[in-house]
Design a protein around this ligand. Structure first.
Ligand code: SAM
Length: 292
């Protein structure tokens, strides 16, 4: 799975799993590569959402899962289930030969029976891959879904209307930091009441340009006090060397972090200055124990 759009790649691209009619190949690929980003990032996203809902007295927040793919971020934010549970599910042999229609039907039933976290969420999925968004809609992870590329074009009227109501934008996988035009269009469509934006870029993928765009919309970005966490295993020595160089260039100390053999990520929060108070005073913890 790519963590960087093509043309700016320092990681291997796994695009063939991005646009299948169901999520199997995608989650099996993530499982095989030891992905952990979403596990850690969503804990911080939920803490941020709690602080946002308190600050604005929002009972049922509206979330945009940006670059959502099949909706793993929405799934973990909404349901009481772990990334490890999700990976284990798709290891089962019954998923080897099921049709996509069967997988979608099973997933819809499974999700409908899973306990939900409070508060109730309204989730909009947005990704350039139409099959991934359609899957998220079909299984009920997305209340609405759009397959549009805001980096290259303005939002459709329907997407613009959805963006005008969003309370929080969440994103795992680094693309938000790399798409200043998309970020600008998201914030312009939001209108005067800006959503909080929480992202979990790989160390070295954060960009000054993203911060400039955020500032131009009256947003201040900070890195949350969460220790660097595993994004996924490196595929090989070349990828590791590139990642270490990138992380160092961005000012990170990589010894005992990227040198251990994994991409590491961080959580960034952008919000209107001061809203929600200092992160140290938030009610919910930012971190969870690592998965085995
Ligand atoms: C690294 S994956 C992350 C997917 C998902 N957020 C996750 O945590 O598993 C990156 C995603 O970005 C999507 N993407 C790439 N360019 C995009 C764009 N311009 N707008 C929205 N999504 C984009 C890809 O299709 C892919 O699903």
């Amino acid at each position: 799975m790519s963590d960087t759009p093509k043309g700016d790649a320092f990681v291997t691209i796994f695009d063939d799993t991005y646009d299948q009619p169901d999520c199997r190949a995608y989650f099996r690929m993530m499982d095989a590569l030891g992905y952990r980003n979403q596990h850690h990032a969503v804990a911080a996203f939920r803490a941020g959402l709690d602080a946002l809902c308190r600050a604005r007295a929002i009972p049922a927040p509206r979330i945009l899962d940006f670059a959502s793919s099949y909706g793993i971020v929405a799934l973990l934010m909404r349901h009481d289930v772990t990334l490890g549970d999700v990976f284990a599910r798709y290891r089962a042999p019954e998923f080897d030969h099921a049709t996509s229609g069967e997988v979608i039907a099973r997933d819809r039933d499974w999700l409908a029976g899973l306990p939900r976290h409070a508060p109730p969420l309204h989730v909009t999925g947005l990704d350039i891959m139409p099959n991934a968004v359609a899957y998220g809609r079909a299984v009920g992870l997305f209340d609405e879904g759009f397959s549009e590329d805001l980096e290259t074009a303005a939002p459709s009227p329907a997407l613009a209307a959805a963006l005008g109501q969003v309370d929080m934008i969440v994103e795992c996988g680094s693309v938000a930091q790399l798409m200043p035009n998309a970020l600008d269009r998201l914030l312009a469509a939001a209108g005067p009441r800006k959503p909080w934006i929480m992202t979990s870029p790989i160390r070295g993928n954060e960009r000054a340009r993203a911060e400039e765009v955020l500032r131009a919309h009256g947003m201040v970005q900070e890195r949350l006090p969460v220790p660097p966490f595993i994004h996924r295993r490196f595929e090989g020595a070349d990828e590791q060397a590139r990642a270490i160089a990138n992380a160092r260039a961005a000012g990170h100390e990589t010894e005992s972090v990227e040198t251990t053999g994994h991409f590491h990520a961080q959580v960034l929060l952008a919000r209107p200055e001061g809203e929600g108070g200092p992160v140290a005073g938030w009610a919910r913890p930012l971190s969870v124990a690592p998965l085995p």
